[in-house]
Design a protein around this ligand. Structure first.
Ligand code: SF4
Length: 235
């Protein structure tokens, strides 16, 4: 890397600002990565959330508190961070990511954006993206993998880099077990195609091209906070 060449962090940061300004100027709607992943098991729940407001469970409140403590790092200036990354040192931080999705043969555009919990840079490369979840059980869901995969897709689209070695890590803190932690890793290259298919299918719902899906399993409805008022519940 030459002295004046910008790091991947700088390119992500700069590109996000360009894309975001373009979206604002051209009135392109924005969809958050967390909304796409959280609608994976029931899209109808998103309609109820928009109508009645989001319900905050105890687990969610605790999750927010843990997030604030866990990721309470002080961000230095971008120039300082650039120097650290250029020296090849390992550093964890986060920044917003996103890209504009264009529907082929249609005039439909949407900005997909979000912010991973943690991005680990080392030896001048982005090595890993981490997402932290607070749960009652030691479980990882396909929606977690979808969320991390879309973040990786955003970075791939923003930088044009092949992210075949990028690791995605889901860390789960278990509320019922003194906040013990376990984690699982995936390589982006192994899940990339599946993520693209899921995203395309989800955007059909978000862009109003089809009816919202409801769950395929009764268990999803059993743990849903809208069950009392939902007229599409399975149980
Ligand atoms: S009760 Fe079931 S169908 Fe209704 S919003 Fe909740 S998960 Fe979806």
């Amino acid at each position: 890397m030459s002295k004046n060449e910008k790091t991947i962090l700088y390119r992500i940061y700069e590109r996000f600002s360009e894309i975001s300004n373009f979206a604002i100027k051209n009135k392109i709607p924005r969809i958050f990565v967390s909304d796409i992943s959280s609608s994976l098991f029931c899209e109808w729940r998103k309609i109820l959330e928009i109508k009645h407001g989001k319900v905050e469970t105890e687990e969610m409140i605790l999750g927010t508190k843990i997030h604030e403590e866990y990721f309470a790092y002080e961000l230095e200036s971008l120039d300082e961070l650039e120097k650290i990354i250029s020296r090849g040192e390992t550093i964890g931080l986060t920044t917003k990511v996103g890209f504009i999705w264009e529907e082929k043969n249609q005039d439909l555009k949407v900005m997909i954006s979000g912010e991973p919990d943690l991005m680990i840079f080392s030896e001048n490369k982005l090595r890993k993206i981490v997402e932290l979840k607070t749960r009652k059980t030691y479980e990882i869901f396909s929606s977690d993998i979808l969320q991390l995969g879309i973040y990786a897709l955003c970075i791939e689209k923003m930088t044009g880099e092949n992210l075949k070695d990028l690791l995605l890590e889901i860390r789960v803190k278990v509320v019922a077990d003194n906040l013990k932690e376990f984690s699982q890793n995936f390589y982006y290259k192994d899940i990339r195609d599946g993520i693209l298919d899921e995203l395309k299918s989800s955007l059909d719902f978000w862009l109003g091209k089809r009816e919202p899906k409801i769950p395929t399993s009764k268990n999803i409805c059993l743990s849903c906070y809208f069950r009392e008022i939902c007229n599409r519940k399975l149980v």
